[in-house]
Design a protein. Structure first.
Length: 192
């Protein structure tokens, strides 16, 4: 586009030279000089010639801008941690007796997506989500969904608030299943 404008500008500069009246002969020019002052022969640009200058003005003038809208979609993938990483995380934990049982307590309707580090399906058709705050959150799925479809993790589209909420967001498995979360509970160590 810039090359085309440059070529058109060069042609516009040369156009007045071809449009100017050329002297027919040297004798006719001498006769005009003897008869007196007449309209001068334009040398170079003629200010009254509108067409070439209009082309130059149009080439330099800003082009009309149109509105462009760019939409962006962010998909977050949550995957199971590799076994080596799980072993390393377990090695970093302080050594103390592990609780033998867990109790479920109520949890809110939403979980921060950025805090989820990994996921693991359970036999009772739930997903265990491991968070950066070292919490385990159990997500119950809709009745028509199976947790085993999420063995390789899930994808979720990020919302403006950055949270995964009950009955709002859909989990997409890598196998093609799509489910909504029916509820969240938090697993805590049961006192003995």
């Amino acid at each position: 586009m810039k090359r085309l404008i440059a070529i058109l500008a060069c042609l516009a500069l040369l156009l007045p030279l071809f449009a100017a009246p050329m002297p027919v002969s040297v004798a006719a020019q001498d006769a005009r000089e003897r008869t007196g002052p007449q309209s001068p022969v334009p040398l170079g640009f003629d200010q009254t010639a509108p067409a070439p200058f209009r082309m130059l003005d149009d080439a330099v003038r800003n082009m009309q801008q149109h509105q462009v809208r760019i939409e962006q979609r962010v998909i977050i993938r949550v995957s199971p941690a590799p076994p080596r990483a799980r072993t390393q995380m377990m090695a970093d934990l302080p050594r103390r007796p592990m609780p033998r049982s867990f109790a479920e307590v109520e949890h809110g309707d939403c979980v921060d997506i950025d805090s989820i580090m990994g996921v693991q399906p359970t036999r009772d058709n739930r997903l265990l989500m491991f968070t950066r705050q070292r919490q385990i959150i159990a997500a119950s799925l809709e009745q028509s969904c199976t947790a085993s479809a999420f063995y390789a993790g899930f994808y979720v589209e990020q919302n403006e608030d950055g949270r995964l909420c009950v009955a709002r967001d859909q989990l997409q498995s890598r196998a093609g299943a799509a489910c909504q979360v029916a509820g969240f509970t938090r697993l805590v160590a049961a006192s003995q």
